[in-house]
Design a protein around this ligand. Structure first.
Ligand SMILES: *Cc1c(COP(=O)(O)O)cnc(C)c1O
Length: 348
């Protein structure tokens, strides 16, 4: 009988947002605006080339990302979504018995990828729906190899400010990787949420994660990256599954990166809708933490699963975390209206 690693037994499967034909898809934090201009045309041009392997080093994409951030290309490593880059980072630094520390609840891929890499997840409870950085610093031991700071935090949408992030970084030992996951950077107010690359990018142990899945509208193509010191980026490249980022994904991401004005315009639309949704929900009596992402968090506790069911019955798919809360992606204005009507009709 083949033995499956026992560490996989307790591992929860990643729960993807449900897809329901005809329903508003507000469960997966995708952009509701579709492809950026130029992306579809580029994909069509490249479609005939997929009998060939892609550029293993993703050279043109790496150069475009490096140019975008004004850093040396050696500091960039890409993967099939920043989820894969999280896994690559863990594989690069975590061995059996080593620990990865992160807030909980946070991105659901962190515990899964930690266990797959053979490490031990140390989940530090949130405080007031936000990361408890003091408790996270206290949870670092001599077994800790990596700490995730998800900023803004998925699914609670809360943020860590500049002073708090700096103080925390000062408390992370130099031999522990501090990974700041900025998947929602484009939706955050730069006055409230620090850009970790600008703030901490010169530190040897800091890694910043970004993705093309959210504001760039490429969730289905699977491409993300990290900016790290060159030696760390080289290690992350070694742990990548060969050719995991397709040529289509590489080239679509290059086009998307060139569309900064349109990315910013769409993000601003989402931010305006987020503020409208938040204000309306609060008027209805819901507790809603202030969000700096493209989703809001409703800490409904034991009502979470029933609330999500209520929304599903009304053809709006949201993401419940049973017993904790419900995450609702900001969609098109009419989708948000449909959700708000269901929230208004909810009687608990
Ligand atoms: C969506 C998300 C990502 C990006 O996932 P991809 O693998 O790039 O699609 C990374 N981190 C967080 C916290 C996210 O919410």
């Amino acid at each position: 009988m083949v033995r499956v690693r026992s560490s996989l037994e307790e591992l929860p499967a990643y729960v993807p947002g449900r897809k329901l034909p005809g329903a508003a898809a507000l469960a997966s934090n995708e952009s509701p605006y579709g492809l950026l201009p130029g992306v579809a045309g580029r994909l069509a041009e490249l479609a005939g080339g997929v009998s060939r392997y892609p550029d293993m080093g993703a050279g043109s994409l790496v150069r475009a990302i490096a140019g975008h951030h004004g850093v040396d290309p050696e500091r960039i490593a890409v993967g099939a979504g920043s989820s894969e880059v999280c896994g690559q980072l863990l594989h690069a630094v975590v061995g059996p018995g080593d620990e990865a520390v992160f807030g909980w609840r946070s991105f659901e891929a962190y515990p899964i990828l930690t266990a797959v890499a053979g490490g031990t997840a140390v989940k530090v409870p949130l405080r007031d729906h936000g990361l408890d950085l003091d408790a996270m610093a206290a949870a670092i031991t001599d077994r800790t190899r990596l700490v995730f700071v998800c900023n803004p935090n998925n699914p609670t949408s809360t943020v860590v400010g500049e002073r708090a992030l700096l103080d925390f970084a000062d408390r992370v030992p130099e031999n522990v990787l501090l990974v700041v996951d900025e998947a929602y950077r484009e939706y955050a107010d730069p006055a409230l949420v620090p850009d970790a690359l600008g703030l901490l990018g010169d530190r040897p142990n800091v890694v910043v994660l970004r993705t093309f899945s959210k504001a760039y509208g490429l969730a289905g193509l699977r491409v993300g990256y990290c900016v790290a010191q060159a030696e760390i980026a080289a290690a992350v490249r070694k742990t990548q599954v060969p050719f995991s980022v397709s040529a289509l994904a590489q080239e679509a991401a290059v086009v998307a990166l060139g569309e900064q004005a349109e990315v910013a315009r769409r993000a601003a639309l989402t931010v305006a809708e987020r503020e409208r949704v938040t204000a309306t929900l609060r008027e209805l009596g819901f507790e809603v933490p202030g969000s700096q992402a493209n989703f809001v968090w409703l800490p409904l506790g034991d009502d979470s699963a029933r609330f999500a069911r209520h929304c599903l019955d009304g053809k709006v798919v949201v993401r419940p975390f049973p017993g904790e809360g419900v995450r609702v992606t900001i969609g098109l204005p009419e989708e948000n209206d449909a959700f708000l009507a269901l929230a208004a009709a909810w009687s608990g």
